[in-house]
Design a protein around this ligand. Structure first.
Ligand code: NYM
Length: 212
């Protein structure tokens, strides 16, 4: 499929606590849009394949220890290093389904007690998503699902704080999806929202920047 100047892809971000079901929903959305013949890619942050991403990965698996501000800036740098590629893909007409973005960056760092405005600052100028889909689940429910790996942040006490920080970040443009529903029900809601966004972007909805 050839992109053209009038039709760009949509930037769709899924956010939520660990174990909210984001990652499986991202793959379902990918297959759905591919099936409809759209040009679409699945991205995720942190992108652990870059050298910054490897530092982040080592930190998350407790192989390294970094100051809270330092790791925050690395997560942000990891988005900045992908920014130009992101813009190019969108302008070429490819829709990006993104598993976590700046909101994770701010929620997880401010949950440690870092000032929220300080956390937002390095994200200014990154591309703003066309749609933020928040998979809403009480931290206790997410913990019951099991499967927390051994990574940093993956425990109930901290996830409760992250949930509060996400609350502070939310604005009226976010789509809040009840992630306690069945996988199929969540999927159905997401598909509708995403297809609307893809259509709006094809019709020429302009790209904007964070935080807007
Ligand atoms: N995380 C993710 C952050 O703390 N800041 C960020 O900017 C991003 C994108 O990394 N617990 C945290 C949230 C997750 C962890 O993410 C790894 P995943 O989706 O499990 O690979």
């Amino acid at each position: 499929r050839i992109g053209n100047i009038d039709s760009r892809g949509a930037l769709v971000v899924l956010e939520g606590l660990d174990r909210c079901g984001k990652t499986s929903q991202c793959s379902r959305l990918l297959s759905y849009l591919e099936g409809l013949g759209h040009s679409v890619e699945l991205w995720r942050f942190p992108d652990r394949t870059t050298s910054v991403g490897q530092m982040i990965s080592a930190y998350l698996s407790n192989e390294s220890h970094l100051d809270d501000h330092t790791i925050h800036l690395l997560f942000s740098a990891n988005r900045w290093e992908k920014r130009s590629m992101m813009e190019a893909k969108l302008k070429a007409g490819t829709t990006l389904i993104v598993d976590r973005y700046s909101y994770s960056g701010v929620a997880f760092s401010s949950a440690k007690g870092i000032d929220i405005e300080w956390c937002k600052a390095p994200e200014i100028g990154l591309l703003a998503p066309d749609s933020v889909l928040y998979l809403d689940i009480p931290p206790e429910k997410a913990a019951e699902r099991g499967g927390y790996g051994g990574e940093r942040y993956e425990h109930l006490e901290f996830q409760r704080k992250v949930a509060q920080c996400y609350q502070m970040l939310r604005d009226s443009s976010w789509k809040i999806i009840d992630a306690c529903q069945s996988i199929e029900d969540v999927e159905k809601q997401l598909k509708e929202i995403v297809l609307d966004q893809v259509t709006a972007c094809k019709k020429g909805k302009p790209l904007s920047l964070l935080w807007s």
